[in-house]
Ligand binder design. Structure first.
Ligand SMILES: *Cc1c(COP(=O)(O)O)cnc(C)c1O
Ligand SMILES: [Zn+2]
Length: 475
């Protein structure tokens, strides 16, 4: 007799499908359906493929040939030029606004700060994306699926960057209308301004991100709106390409460490899947280690993985410690609190997938406080390009792991800078300010005591001689 899962499988004809991440369940569903969880057991879903029947390039370097096809928008995109590694959509449905033209930069000054040897620290600037954050990698994939489903409206709850990205794709392509849920008072103006400017319908809930997240799921269900939050498995397919581009920039050499900030844990989950698949295809011979970095004020992944020993364990996750911790947060009314608003999340929706990634990539989780985040951010900025606070958690985390001896000076380390410097100018200006009141108001309230790497403006009278004297003195 066929099991239920096998019956599902038997009725499936597509080469791409959705599959429950729980190996004890393994139910599959075709890609022409909108789901955020498994019908049978409620777990998260992956996008899976019949790889044997698909044309996967023999070598990663085969993708270099795609560069000469840049006049084709699909090959211009830093996501879709790897289409063969996320082949769920027909070419004529693919949506692109030119995302993924990002760069990997060797950053020796930041490497000094972290404590690795010259040439060993690289920064992956995902802030170079059209909407200014890595979210575009995933949004173009989810948006493509929404188009396959002929959706008219798409929604998300967001700490800011997902909404900016969704709003951009909606306005640039005019394929659907964006509906955005935000919490109150916890969104940086750089991000909010994008959603408003791009014309998204913006709904501000009297609650925090976790509240907005709950509501958007209820509303999407009730009104049949396409949901693009990170529970959407198609988004994570697009986010795999961040890793392909890192490898590409390193001439297909695998680094020792990938260090990434952890919020909803979509990136870390996608990176784990990317490497799992590359290894299975025989396209790489080893997998880098993963470090997921939480903010100390939003450290659920750290608490569960490092303190309570929760593991993927081949898909048999021990749920009690997770339930206990969630109950405790409810009981004590614990709310996430960090200057790094993009990772100010206490109930990461992709937790289980992240646990899988940590297993596949022999990973670790760490937490860093706002002081460490802002100091690291100043170092990144001083090295050029810059990033928003959440992104700098990766650099602060690498420094911590180096101090602990987990990362060696000779290790080759890639820190993912998830969002653009200009997303959150308030935090940057408050860090560098000479105005103690501003510093206290924005940063002091979060336990930040000093700005060791501040680049302070110098105040001078409006007199030419004084101005010249000051410049000579300080330069
Ligand atoms: C969304 C976001 C994160 C968190 O990423 P997850 O994939 O949810 O862990 C980190 N940094 C920035 C800038 C973001 O926008
Ligand atoms: Zn299931």
């Amino acid at each position: 007799m066929l099991s239920q899962a096998e019956k599902h499988n038997a009725s499936r004809t597509d080469l791409a499908f959705q599959r429950c991440i729980n190996p004890a369940c393994g139910a599959t569903f075709d890609t022409h359906s909108i789901r955020t969880s498994c019908d049978r057991c409620g777990d998260l879903l992956d996008i899976a493929y019949e790889w044997d029947r698909l044309a996967v390039p023999k070598r990663l370097s085969d993708f270099e040939a795609m560069w000469s096809q840049r006049t084709n928008p699909i090959r211009f995109s830093g996501v879709w030029r790897f289409h063969e590694l996320l082949p769920f959509a027909p070419q004529d449905k693919i949506v692109t606004v030119g995302e993924g033209q990002t760069l990997l930069q060797q950053a020796d000054a930041v490497g000094d700060y972290v404590g690795v040897n010259a040439g060993n620290l690289h920064l992956q600037y995902e802030g170079m994306n059209p909407s200014g954050s890595f979210k575009d990698n995933g949004m173009c994939a989810a948006f493509t699926h929404a188009r396959m489903m002929e959706a008219k409206r798409a929604a998300c709850a967001s700490t800011g960057n997902t909404s900016a990205s969704l709003a951009l794709y909606c306005s640039a392509t005019r394929l659907m209308k964006a509906v955005i849920f935000i919490g109150s008072g916890r969104i940086s103006y750089g991000k909010l301004s994008q959603a408003l400017d791009y014309g998204a319908l913006t709904v501000q809930i009297a609650g925090d991100f976790d509240d907005a997240m709950l509501r958007v799921q209820q509303v999407a269900k009730r009104l049949g709106i396409y949901l693009v939050n990170s529970v959407n498995p198609f988004r994570l397919e697009g986010q795999k390409t961040v890793m392909y581009r890192v490898l590409e920039a390193l001439r297909w050499e695998v680094p020792d460490w990938i260090v990434v900030p952890g919020g909803n844990l979509g990136n870390s989950s996608a990176f784990g899947k990317a490497f799992m698949e590359l290894k299975a295809h025989g396209l790489i011979d080893r997998v880098p280690r993963l470090a997921v970095i939480n903010a100390a004020g939003a450290d659920t992944a750290y608490e569960l993985f490092e303190r309570r020993g929760v593991r993927w364990n081949g898909g048999h996750i021990e749920m009690d410690p997770i339930r206990d911790y969630n109950d405790r947060m409810d009981r004590e009314g614990l709310k996430a609190d960090t200057i790094a608003s993009a990772i100010e999340i206490n109930r990461p929706v992709n937790l289980k997938k992240c646990l899988r990634a940590l297993e596949v990539m022999d990973g670790v989780v760490r937490q860093v406080d706002d002081q460490e985040i802002l100091d690291a951010k100043a170092k990144v900025g001083a090295g050029g390009f810059g990033c928003e606070p959440a992104s700098a958690a990766s650099v602060a985390g690498a420094k911590l792991l180096r101090r602990e001896g987990v990362i060696a000076p000779s290790d080759r380390v890639v820190c993912i800078l998830t969002g653009h410097e200009l997303k959150d100018p308030n935090a940057t200006v408050a860090y560098h300010t000479t105005d103690q009141d501003l510093f206290n108001q924005v940063l002091g309230s979060r336990g930040v005591r000093k700005a060791s790497f501040a680049n302070r403006a110098i105040a001078v009278p409006n007199e030419l001689d004084d101005i010249i004297k000051a410049i000579e003195l300080y330069s």
